[in-house]
Design a binder for this molecule. Structure first.
Ligand code: MN
Length: 149
């Protein structure tokens, strides 16, 4: 049996003993974003809790995949593409991203955007948009002005 534990919050963007990692190992389709793994799954509970922080002006990858994200904003504010629309989000908003929904987070409001993200440990790789996908997304002027790719 594992021991219960508390991971102490140190400052707005750090937890005790938790490394600040690159957002992803490779690729140029994101900007100014870090990743921390706060919970890395256990037997019979195969999920991860990650904290991502996007600096002002930065963004996550525009992508979609089969796995689900449950996201809670815990720092700052920004905007997010949710498949066919762009929504403003702020601290303590909860965002659910179902399978195959295009999504991209941006810190656009003069503050960083920090959020917890719950995912399955076993998950498929994100898919980036092709030319046809981009054309479809950009048919909406709000989305065309929002996405970064
Ligand atoms: Mn994703």
């Amino acid at each position: 049996m594992e021991n219960s534990k508390v991971i102490r919050h140190l400052d707005p963007r750090r937890w005790e003993g938790v490394s600040v990692l690159d957002y992803k190992e490779e690729g140029q389709h994101f900007q100014s974003i870090t990743r921390q793994v706060l919970f890395d799954g256990e037997t019979d509970f195969p999920c991860q809790v990650r904290y991502f922080e996007i600096d002002e002006g930065g963004h996550s990858t525009l992508e979609r995949h089969q796995h689900v994200h449950v996201v809670m904003i815990i720092r700052g504010r920004g905007r997010v593409l949710l498949n066919d629309r762009v929504e403003e989000v702020k601290e303590f908003d909860l965002v659910t991203i179902p399978p195959q929904n295009w999504h991209q987070f941006r810190a656009t409001e003069g503050t960083p955007l920090g959020f917890l993200c719950l995912v399955n440990v076993e998950r498929d790789r994100p898919v980036l948009p092709g030319e046809e996908d981009l054309e479809m997304l950009r048919a909406d002027p709000d989305i065309a002005g929002f996405i970064r790719f």
